[in-house]
Design a binder for this molecule. Structure first.
Ligand code: ATP
Length: 227
């Protein structure tokens, strides 16, 4: 199992009290499958992603990524685990304005200490995989919103992650471009055998999912109704 969340409870300070953002959440995401996480605003979707990304430590429960249980791990070991095994796609890709599409990717590999030639080859391969081979030399302002998001997806795959966490990737895109991005994420999930968690507001994206998890008030349910 590439991602295993077991009995996760997460609370935030709320005045004198604590607000329960996640309540006993258990979720398994096998390699090569996509789980869509849906639910109303404030239900806990971003919190779930942050816990899975090991960016937030839950009050209770265990997070296991690629067979490694993170309980009690040092900050440094968690950073290393994230660097090796987790790719994150944000709502907005936050590209660096001065860098070309290829350089946005190469810089990730250089941070990891990979040789320049290997970084360049990997960046080209991934830009090709997301349909942007011809745009490799363009800077963000020369790309459309959908193309920028695809650069963000390719960048998240640079470290060959086992776990791909995707937060509302289509929020800045129109419906059609959003569907293209979700199709791409689904294809890459199968081709690259990532365990993918996709948070989405758009229920039309659910046809692409292997599993749908609905969050309500921090609790997770799996609908049994047909999609
Ligand atoms: N840092 C924080 N401190 C206190 N409360 C927080 C914090 N982050 C989130 N919350 C609360 O936790 C609950 C879950 O929030 P979360 O952001 O996970 O929801 P969400 O489903 O992602 O919402 P949206 O769809 O609007 O992004 C909400 O009630 C929210 O107000």
């Amino acid at each position: 199992m590439s991602l295993h969340l077991s009995g996760i409870t997460l609370t935030y300070p709320d005045g004198e009290d604590r607000l329960t953002a996640l309540d006993q959440v258990t979720l398994d995401v096998p390699k090569g499958t996509l789980t869509a996480v849906v639910g109303p605003s404030g239900s806990g979707k971003s919190s779930l992603l942050a816990v899975a990304a090991t960016l937030v430590t839950p009050d209770a429960g265990t997070v296991t990524v690629d067979g490694v249980t993170t309980t009690g791990m040092s900050r440094r070991d968690l950073t290393e685990l994230r660097r090796r095994t987790i790719g994150i796609v944000f709502q907005q890709p936050h590209l660096l304005p001065a860098l070309t599409a290829a350089e946005q990717l190469e810089v990730m590999a250089r941070i990891d200490g990979r040789p320049r030639a290997a970084a360049r080859a990997r960046a080209r391969e991934l830009l090709d995989a997301v349909g942007l081979a011809a745009q490799a030399g363009r800077r963000p302002h020369q790309l459309s919103g959908g193309q920028r998001q695809r650069v963000g997806i390719a960048r998240a795959l640079m470290n060959d992650p086992t776990l791909l966490l995707v937060d509302e990737p289509t929020s800045a895109l129109d419906h059609e471009r959003g569907a293209v991005v979700v199709d791409l994420i689904t294809r890459l999930t199968h081709e690259r055998a990532t365990a993918t968690v996709l948070v989405t507001h758009d229920r039309t994206h659910l046809t692409a999912a292997d599993e749908i998890a609905e969050v309500h008030d921090g609790r997770l349910g799996f609908p049994t109704v047909a999609r």
